[in-house]
Ligand binder design. Structure first.
Ligand SMILES: C[S@@+](CC[C@H](N)C(=O)[O-])C[C@H]1O[C@@H](n2cnc3c(N)ncnc32)[C@H](O)[C@@H]1O
Length: 435
């Protein structure tokens, strides 16, 4: 989410300083030049011109190299915390949006009022040249007589070519965002994230910027040789880092939203890993796969509980594996985060107390096999959720595969704050049959 004053990353075209003006003219003509950020000199003497897209097609880079400025070298980079341009420093994006929309509205004889001003967007998500506005804007009736030209003014003020507006994520299980395209002829966008390309249609699929830390963590795991099942694959937010960076040998990716499955198929292709993934289109609870996975990802919030039985079913019966279980966990107001409990407990739980063992490490932290530690502060509710989940999974594994199962909490970690007193958590749970 891009908000006033927040840091960001922009894509920029890099060339030699003597070609700056020609590059600038070309990018301006193509409506690609990002006027909110300054052209920057890089340490190696090259210059970087910020652009409004997430990436430029090779065809355009070649045009710059060969036709616009023959002899120039041209490549793409990402600028972290790009410097604001003079224009942006004088006026924040929200202020310049307000000024431009107001001027345009008054030119059409409509009286500007506080209601209209309060109804302008305050936050938005940039997807390259498409700006996705929050749902709480442009709700006043007066706007209707000004559409569709209004959207061109808004887009131009925000420095983009396409515009869409968000509604609520539909509670239909597919996490489909009800997004309306206001300007432009399609909702396909592209993101480059940790070296992985993701394309998808913003009007049909969701993209969680807030899960970035978890995607990076997944990418840093070492899963060489492992078979993984991603029960809620979406467009590949976790499937791709597991394949591209963590070195998973094969991923079974489950997805029931046809638009997300189509985007996933495309993303596997463009990242060169399609041969190591099978998409299981449909309801994962009916998945015809068992006793196959070393690792299962259950990336669904508010809860992935409906996927627990199938997660146990697909886990290898002989050696077990690791589950990554996502869940929104509520904490009660007025209670401060506390250091993790330091009890050294090895608990046995019913209904088959002799068969189900959950095991915590007893050193005041919960370290995983790679030595990651829990944050020093943790809420008691996170802990109880993790323990109760570990117990339930052990019981499910016994029911599905038979025998005695031991579940061990490797790590329980917040991904993001979802709402006041609600945290999106991930539990890494090691599940092993006791021989
Ligand atoms: C939250 S989204 C994508 C999650 C992604 N792992 C992330 O955190 O960014 C969850 C995805 O699971 C899919 N999904 C939900 N329930 C499902 C089910 N029972 N079977 C298959 N796919 C399901 C939805 O269509 C959606 O694309």
């Amino acid at each position: 989410m891009e908000r006033e004053g927040e840091t960001s990353v922009v894509v920029a075209v890099v060339t030699e300083p003597r070609f700056t003006q020609r590059y600038r003219d070309y990018l301006e003509k193509q409506k690609l030049l990002d006027r909110q950020h300054r052209v920057q000199k890089l340490r190696d003497g090259m210059v970087a011109l910020p652009v409004l897209a997430e990436t430029l097609p090779e065809r355009q880079l070649q045009e710059l190299r060969n036709r616009v400025a023959p002899g120039s070298s041209c490549r793409l980079t990402q600028l972290l915390d790009p410097l604001p341009s003079k224009k942006a420093r004088v006026c924040s994006p929200a202020q310049s949006l307000c000024l431009e929309v107001r001027r345009w509205v008054e030119d059409r004889g409509v009286t500007w009022c506080a209601e209209l001003e309060a109804d302008l967007p305050r936050s938005w998500q940039r997807h390259g040249d498409l700006m996705l506005l929050s749902e709480d804007c442009f709700q006043a009736e007066q706007w209707q007589s000004l559409e569709p030209e209004l959207w061109e003014t808004v887009a131009s003020a925000l420095g983009v070519q396409r515009l869409a507006k968000r509604g609520r994520v539909l509670p239909d299980g597919t996490r489909t965002p009800s997004v309306t395209l206001l300007l432009g002829d399609h909702g396909w966008v592209e993101h480059m994230d940790n070296g992985i390309r993701y394309t998808f249609d913003v009007t049909q699929c969701m993209f969680s910027f807030g899960n970035i830390t978890e995607k990076l963590r997944v990418a840093s795991l070492s899963c060489a040789g492992e078979v993984l099942v991603d029960l809620y694959a979406g467009i590949g937010y976790f499937t791709l880092p597991f394949l591209v960076h963590a070195g998973a040998a094969f991923v079974h990716a489950c997805e029931w939203n046809p638009h997300a499955a189509a985007a996933l198929r495309n993303n596997l292709e463009i990242n060169g890993v399609a041969d190591r993934c099978q998409i299981h289109f449909g309801d994962n609870r009916k998945l015809q796969l068992s006793n196959a996975a070393d690792r299962v990802n259950l990336g669904l919030i508010p809860s992935s509980e409906e996927g627990w039985p199938v997660a146990c079913q697909v886990l290898r019966k002989d050696v077990g594996g690791v589950l990554h279980i996502h869940q929104n966990v509520e904490s009660f107001s007025g209670r401060k985060p506390q250091p993790l409990g330091s009890s050294d407990t090895r608990k046995e739980h019913g209904p088959h107390p002799q068969k189900i063992i959950t095991d915590k490490q007893g050193n005041g932290t919960t370290g995983n096999v790679r030595g990651d530690m829990l944050p020093s502060a943790s809420k008691p509710e996170w802990h109880s959720w993790a323990e109760s989940t570990a117990t339930q999974i052990a019981s499910l594994l016994h029911r599905v595969h038979g025998g005695v199962w031991r579940t061990q909490i490797l790590r329980v970690h917040p991904v993001k704050s979802y709402a006041p007193h609600v945290d999106h958590m991930v539990l890494d749970l090691e599940c092993r049959p006791v021989l």
